[in-house]
Design a protein around this ligand. Structure first.
Ligand code: URA
Length: 222
């Protein structure tokens, strides 16, 4: 980090990855159309390297304004859940598959939308560089776009595959509900969905120390 603090939540150890120059590169990126409309780019933050890496869909309104991942309502739920499991945000790496907000303009309002394939592809090398630098033992894929962009056709749906173990370039990946999905549930369904989210994150933490060769291989797909 060269002693410089870019104003985000970072705790990095020296490695080949230079966070400041990476951030500058992302800030000047125009690999896709979203680069023309962002307020801020949003790269990952937290601890680098880290055993646990969370990958969400992409910045929303609040993240676009602050230039930090998961700082809106979904982020609050993620932070709260991590706290329940004894973890701080600064002990893990939190990022997204795309670094600029994806939205549609509807009646003069910006409405978030899932990233398109070409946007994910345009941004994927940035994500890969973060993964390499973080060198996680477990990746938690938050929601469907994140899971399918890492796992391709091996991933079917979040309902079918959440809580199961997969493989991305020899890193253990576990798809879980996106916290924004949890927040959209009401009443009893909210409680049930939150419990599932919590136990999937606990499974992710347990997975850090599991050896892949002791696993049920059919679930551990290439
Ligand atoms: N949703 C995401 O997927 N990422 C964020 O950073 C915020 C909300």
């Amino acid at each position: 980090m060269n002693g410089q603090n870019p104003g985000f939540l970072f705790e990095t150890k020296e490695n080949d990855f230079n966070l400041m120059s990476y951030k500058k590169e992302v800030d000047t990126c125009k690999n896709c159309f979203l680069g023309n409309y962002r307020t801020n780019t949003v790269i990952g933050e937290g601890k680098m390297p880290s055993d646990l890496m969370f990958i969400g869909e992409g910045p929303g309104d609040q993240e676009d304004r602050e230039g930090r991942p998961f700082v809106g309502r979904a982020g609050e739920l993620l932070t709260h859940t991590l706290t329940q499991l004894g973890l701080k945000r600064t002990e893990v790496w939190i990022t997204n598959i795309i670094k600029c907000r994806a939205f549609d303009q509807v009646d003069h309002k910006k409405v978030n939308r899932p990233p398109r394939t070409e946007e994910i592809q345009a941004c994927f090398s940035f994500l890969e560089r973060e993964i390499t630098a973080v060198n996680p033992r477990v990746i938690v894929a938050l929601g469907s776009p994140s899971s399918s962009s890492l796992l391709g056709k091996n991933f079917k749906t979040i309902t079918q595959d959440r809580g199961k173990w997969f493989n991305f370039k020899n890193i253990k990946v576990i798809p879980v509900f996106h916290p924004a999905y949890v927040l959209r549930q009401k009443g009893r369904l909210y409680d049930k969905t939150f419990e599932t989210f919590l136990s999937d994150l606990q499974e992710a933490i347990n997975g850090i120390n599991l050896k892949t060769d002791t696993w049920n291989l059919p679930l551990f797909k290439k």
